[in-house]
Design a protein around this ligand. Structure first.
Ligand code: ATP
Ligand code: SF4
Length: 266
């Protein structure tokens, strides 16, 4: 399947998947984007989580709008290296969600893949809807149209998320979508007072699953209240600066992004 013209300036497309909602897929997409920009890459984020697009909030772009040029939708700019398109930009209210049925959703996604004029990008990250329902599978199949390099799978350590992730992994194998690696999010809680990490859920579920299924384990990310604070208090492009100097980036996410880049170069 050949990639649409809109992606001709994009070197690598990476999907971010999770079998379950609320495990931190949009946070991982955001951190992947920020980390790649910090490494000097040009990055785009396409948010097609139609049921609750959260990327605008992550980047403090809730009031941004994308407009249409003669060549298609023009992404919003976070800064000169980071371009963003989210269905959230097209919805009237930030609390709105899309209740279209399957075929209309997949048509919208295909249109998003075809009709955005991306600038030159090293990486385009696609934040996908969570789940392993038939509809979700149809959407993920649709994304093959973008010729993705592979996907990053996000889970939390608990058993319930792990069993949904197993379904997601089966699906990737079925449609020949390469799994670049697995990230275990919300793995322990970092105390905002003393920075001690406490495992409030069972730990290492993601790591064990990766080793069982011979997948690359990219690493674990703790629940860090400072991340939520960074998102909530950001002004202009300040998220990039605060993230660069954060414990979350320096201790947890930097090794993860290095693992992803290593996998792509292989
Ligand atoms: N490691 C973390 N530390 C602190 N907060 C986090 C972390 N990961 C996620 N969160 C918070 O948890 C909430 C849910 O995360 P997020 O929106 O990324 O999940 P999601 O899997 O994309 O959800 P959805 O299924 O709605 O798309 C957000 O408020 C986010 O800021
Ligand atoms: S980890 Fe230590 S500093 Fe943090 S809340 Fe618990 S006792 Fe207090």
């Amino acid at each position: 399947m050949s990639a649409p013209d809109s992606l001709k300036n994009v070197k690598h497309v990476i999907l971010i998947l999770s079998g379950k909602g609320g495990v931190g897929k949009s946070s991982i997409t955001t951190q992947t984007a920020l980390s790649l920009v910090l490494k000097g890459y040009k990055v785009g984020v396409l948010d097609i989580d139609l049921t609750g697009p959260s990327i605008p909030r992550m980047f403090g772009l809730e009031d941004a709008k994308i407009h249409q040029s003669t060549n298609g939708w023009v992404p919003a700019r976070y800064n000169k290296d980071l371009s963003i398109v989210s269905l959230g930009f097209l919805l009237g209210s930030k609390d709105a969600s899309v209740v279209w049925r399957g075929p209309k959703k997949t048509a919208m996604i295909r249109q998003f893949l075809k009709d955005v004029t991306w600038p030159d990008l090293d990486y385009l990250l696609i934040d996908t809807p969570p789940g392993t329902s038939d509809e979700h599978i149809a959407i993920a199949e649709e994304l093959q149209f973008a010729n993705p390099e592979g996907c990053i799978i996000v889970t939390t350590p608990q058993q319930i998320s792990i069993s949904d992730v197993k379904k997601e992994i089966n699906f990737c194998n079925k449609v020949n979508l390469r799994i670049l690696g697995l990230v275990e999010n919300m793995s322990g809680f970092i105390c905002p007072h003393c920075a001690e990490c406490t495992n409030i859920f069972s730990s290492e579920g993601g790591k064990n699953l990766a080793s069982q299924l011979s997948l690359k384990y990219l690493g674990a990310i703790p629940i860090d209240p400072l991340f939520v604070e960074m998102i909530e208090t950001q002004k202009d492009s300040s998220l990039l600066d605060s993230y660069e100097n954060s414990r979350l980036y320096l201790e947890s996410f930097k090794p993860i992004i290095d693992g992803v880049l290593e996998e792509i170069r292989e």
